[in-house]
Each structure stands twice: as structure tokens, then as C-alpha cells.
Ligand binder design. Structure first.
Ligand code: CTP
Ligand code: CA
Length: 225
């Protein structure tokens, strides 16, 4: 309505969003992860819900409240997140991969806490690649939603984002410069460039909630069949 300033751009649509980091266990007390706060993904979930969508938010370990009327599925590692994403994506119109998925996980998870060894001053951890969740969704031949990814970069932001758009067969990518201190991973603010096959649009630094509203409008417009 005009009063609340909300739009109905996703009325009747189903949206799935991944958010936050994943946590890859090394042993019962240790893990590999990253500094993602989940704020951007949660802001997108809230904005999509307010725009009229039915929203499923697949969240890694984060310290954030679930937005009103959003269905939240909590996961820990990348393989859990993929399973939840594949299940939820079967029924959705739009899939947004906002999670900072750990690219690798420890090759084995030790059953017991790993001990230091006497006289051993160095150690190494063998890693194996995790599945690419958003690329898996975008590679579908059936029940393929409009698929949006993020590109977290510290250099050559547009170049690497273009490359990811094509390699992962995405419909849209939101490029994010995580090198600047006032945007990206743990900040309340962010600045992004939205890239699809035909255009590139810069959205200047704003609160993640405001940016999320703008992004949802852009995604809704582009996802129209
Ligand atoms: N992504 C994913 N599954 C992974 C890795 C990434 O779904 N295993 C998704 C992220 O959610 C994001 C997009 O892919 O939407 C890009 O993530 P990013 O880390 O920027 O790119 P990578 O392809 O992992 O490449 P790199 O980290 O080497 O830059
Ligand atoms: Ca990555």
C-alpha cells in the first residue's frame, strides 16, 4: 500500500534464500568457517516477504532473529545446506544464494578431539571441495527457478562477478566488494552491483534493509516470465 510504502511485486511467488556462513567440522570441538553475519540474506528474506512472497530462509549458524512470517530452516554445513536448498527449490519461483558457503571442508571429521603430538611443531589439514549449491540449482533442466547468486570479491569485482554469472549459469549476480570496511561481511551497510546478461546496475552504499528492498524490486521485475 501507499501508506506502508510496501510493494506487492512478489505476490503469489515462492522464494528460497540461503544465508550466513556454513560450518565444516574438523573434530567434535573445532570447525572451519568464515565471517559472514547472514545480515544481507536475512534482509532479503524480510523484503521478499513484505513484497508478498512465501519465503523459505535456509540459514547457516547466525545470530539473527527470523523475520516475521518467514519459514526458517537451520543448517550447519554445506552438505546440509545443499540438501535443504534442493528440497525447498523444487517448489520455488526464485532462488537467491546469499550464503557464504565454505568452499572446502576437512577431508575427514575426526571422531575424537585431535591431540597435539609430542615434538610435532607443524600440522596440516587435508580439505575437499564442497558442492556448489547455487550452481546446482541453476543447472537444473526441470523445475529451475530464476536463480540469483552473490559474488563476494576483494578485487576486480565486476570481472570476477561476470565470470561467476556465466560459469554457474545464473540469471543474475549481485557483486559485493568485501574489501572495504564499511560494506560486506559484518557490516549493516553494503554497496553492490547487480549484473545480468544484458546490464549492470550499481546500487550505492545503503543500509542492508534498504538495499534488500531495491534488490527485491529488481529481481521481481527480471524474474517475470
Ligand atoms: N556458492 C554456493 N555453494 C558453494 C560456493 C558458493 O552456493 N559451495 C554460491 C554463493 O552463495 C554465492 C555464489 O555461489 O551466491 C558465489 O560465491 P563466491 O564465494 O563469491 O564464489 P565461488 O564460486 O565460491 O568462488 P571463489 O570463492 O573462489 O571466488
Ligand atoms: Ca567461495
Amino acid at each position: 500500500s501507499l501508506l506502508s510504502g510496501s510493494s506487492d511485486c512478489l505476490r503469489g511467488k515462492s522464494v528460497v534464500i540461503t544465508a550466513g556462513p556454513t560450518r565444516e567440522a574438523l573434530d567434535p570441538v573445532r570447525y572451519l568457517s568464515n565471517h559472514s553475519s547472514g545480515k544481507m540474506g536475512f534482509a532479503l528474506a524480510e523484503a521478499a516477504q513484505r513484497a508478498g512472497a512465501q519465503v523459505t530462509l535456509i540459514a547457516g549458524p547466525v545470530n539473527l532473529a527470523t523475520p516475521a512470517q518467514v519459514k526458517r530452516v537451520d543448517v550447519v554445513d554445506a552438505r546440509d545446506m545443499r540438501a535443504a536448498a534442493e528440497r525447498a527449490a523444487d517448489l520455488c519461483d526464485i532462488f537467491i544464494g546469499a550464503a557464504a558457503v565454505a568452499d572446502f571442508r576437512p577431508a575427514t571429521m575426526a571422531e575424537q578431539k585431535i591431540k597435539k603430538r609430542e615434538g610435532c611443531d607443524e600440522s596440516a589439514i587435508a580439505l575437499v571441495k564442497n558442492p556448489d549449491i547455487v550452481a546446482g540449482i541453476a543447472a537444473r533442466s526441470q523445475r529451475r527457478p530464476f536463480t540469483v547468486g552473490f559474488a563476494a570479491e576483494t578485487q576486480q569485482v565486476e570481472h570476477y562477478a561476470q565470470d561467476k554469472l556465466q560459469r554457474k549459469n545464473l540469471d543474475m549476480i549481485i557483486a559485493n566488494d568485501v574489501s572495504s570496511t564499511n560494506s560486506g561481511f559484518n557490516s549493516d551497510r553494503n554497496a553492490v552491483t547487480v549484473i545480468d546478461r544484458h546490464s549492470s546496475t550499481h546500487l550505492p552504499q545503503a543500509l542492508k534493509a534498504d538495499l534488500a528492498r531495491q534488490l527485491i524490486e529488481i529481481i521481481a521485475a527480471k524474474a517475470q516470465p
